[in-house]
Design a protein around this ligand. Structure first.
Ligand code: FRU
Length: 487
């Protein structure tokens, strides 16, 4: 009770102060970010009574550090315009006192079941460390009541790193996957549970595990079916880089396999593939919406990186929601949700263009499309007054590589792109982020950058495209004006 009251008072205090202190210079114009304070993973992404809900790891007390996680909350009718709601889940119980960690939502009969991990660290008062799975229930999509017999799960055989429940229903039974570290925090694995009542869970299998060569802990697992195959998406920590792969501190990617609900056997058909090749993409979560789309979002930031926005009263943003489909050769394709088109307004330019063509983006945000008919090298520069924050994206069609260079330390991310048909790029730019989709969405790069002043897009040397289209944005939520920007 004490923690809840203190947290509430602090939030009221900080909410009123920081709403005037969020500096809008890098604040996303059409991506979801916290109103103030710190955001990391997307949580509880669901569709409830006609609206999409997004919860997220949230520290309302500070933008400087993750601190003790709460669940922040926003909702949207179209996945583009978000309305911030009150804090959804507070760390006010013995089993979640050092963090209401990540989890997911199950919606059934107009009730939202929010599964999360209660984190307990060793402290002077707490001679114990561990992770518990707990349940919050909401019938109005705003207020969340913790289940009376929480925590619903404690798994002594998998302590102390067992977290991030992803729950779904299949044929009248419920399933949960949890991320875990085993063998003394040296190897990652994913544990699967089954339940007939959403409350009591039995471990049914270790769905997939590392032999030690692929990270010490696997976070944020997600298992879902597309076209009869099963995609296991997870975020491994401690994977060593190999060539251009696994360059970030932690990775987010998938393997595809066959899963049998009767025997719980998972047969792997592919290697692990990164879902995005940029600097800032982690802790993915998916949901299936009523139209049958499988939509993925990720935290478009990463741990242990000194993002300058932290000094501005806010930190962290989510990626654009992207629809997932699977190719015949079992690769995930990500397509920006179709609703995103309404975010963009005026065409600032559309036509053939070649090296040197430059278009300025009002309010540092917009959408850029490039199309070319025959294979050739391409270079695009996203530039601002702060040259060291320029982002240069180039394609060498002979060796088939795309390189994104955002300058500074650890500037380069690179991967192979084998166009499946369309020679085109779509680049979503939003105040401090770039998301590049190549071709039909077979390769993506998500990277943050921190431009000053006017942001322009320029075609680099030797570049010539058949169609170059640049759109500005309409004003969307989160409306930076609503945050009393103090630029
Ligand atoms: C992933 C993660 C999760 C955990 C949460 C804590 O970024 O480490 O495993 O639940 O963040 O904020």
């Amino acid at each position: 009770m004490y923690i809840k009251t203190a947290t509430f008072l602090l939030c009221v205090f900080l909410g009123s102060v920081s709403s005037c202190c969020v500096n809008g210079r890098y604040y996303p114009r059409y991506h979801l970010s916290p109103p103030h304070g710190w955001m990391n993973d997307p949580n509880g992404f669901c569709y409830f009574k006609g609206e999409y809900h997004m919860f997220y790891q949230y520290n309302p007390m500070s933008s400087l550090e993750a601190g003790i996680a709460h669940w922040g909350h926003a909702k949207s009718k179209d996945l583009c315009h978000w309305k911030h709601l009150d804090l959804a889940i507070y760390p006010d119980q013995w089993y979640d006192q050092t963090g209401v960690f990540s989890g997911s939502a199950l919606v059934e009969n107009d009730v939202m079941y929010l599964y999360y991990t209660g984190n307990v660290n060793l402290t002077d008062e707490m001679p114990f460390e561990g992770q518990f799975q707990a349940l919050g229930i909401s019938t109005d999509g705003v207020h969340v009541e913790k289940y009376k017999d929480n925590p619903i799960m404690y798994t002594p055989n998998h302590q102390p790193h067992i977290r991030d429940p992803k729950v779904w229903e299949h044929d009248g039974s419920y399933y949960m996957v949890l991320g875990n570290a085993y063998d003394d925090y040296t190897k990652g694995q994913i544990v699967m549970y089954e339940s007939s009542d959403k409350i009591n869970w039995q471990e049914v299998t270790i769905l997939y595990k590392s032999n030690g060569s692929f990270g010490y802990m696997w976070e944020c697992p997600d298992l879902f079916e597309i076209d009869g195959k099963f995609v296991l998406l997870f975020s491994p920590q401690g994977v060593k880089s190999v060539g251009d792969m696994y360059q970030n501190l932690y990775q987010a990617g998938y393997i595809v396999g066959e899963f049998d609900y009767d025997t719980h056997s998972f047969t792997i058909l592919t290697e692990f593939r990164e879902l995005d090749h940029g600097h800032d993409f982690y802790a993915t979560q998916t949901m299936k919406d009523p139209s049958g789309r499988r939509i993925v979002v990720a935290w478009a930031s990463t741990w242990e990186y000194a993002y300058p926005e932290r000094a501005d009263g806010w930190a962290g943003m989510l990626t654009l929601p992207r629809t997932l489909t699977l190719t015949k050769d079992l690769r995930l394709i990500q397509t920006p949700i179709r609703e995103i088109d309404q975010v963009f307004r005026r065409r600032l330019y559309s036509g053939k263009a070649s090296a040197g063509k430059t278009v300025a983006l009002p309010d540092k945000a917009g959408k850029v499309e490039l199309k070319w008919d025959t294979p050739r090298n391409i270079k695009v520069v996203i530039e601002s007054q702060n040259e060291c924050q320029n982002v240069v994206i180039s394609y060498d069609h002979e060796d088939g590589t795309i390189t994104l260079d955002r300058g500074g330390d650890d500037a380069i991310r690179r991967t192979h792109w084998d166009p499946r048909g369309h020679l085109k790029w779509t680049i979503f730019i939003d105040a401090s982020s770039i998301e590049l989709s190549c071709g039909d969405g077979e390769v993506w790069f998500t990277s943050r950058f921190f431009p000053e002043g006017v942001v322009s897009v320029r075609l680099g040397e030797d570049t010539c495209v058949d169609k170059f289209t640049v759109h500005s944005i309409r004003r969307t939520t989160p409306d930076p004006e609503a945050h009393c920007r103090c630029e």
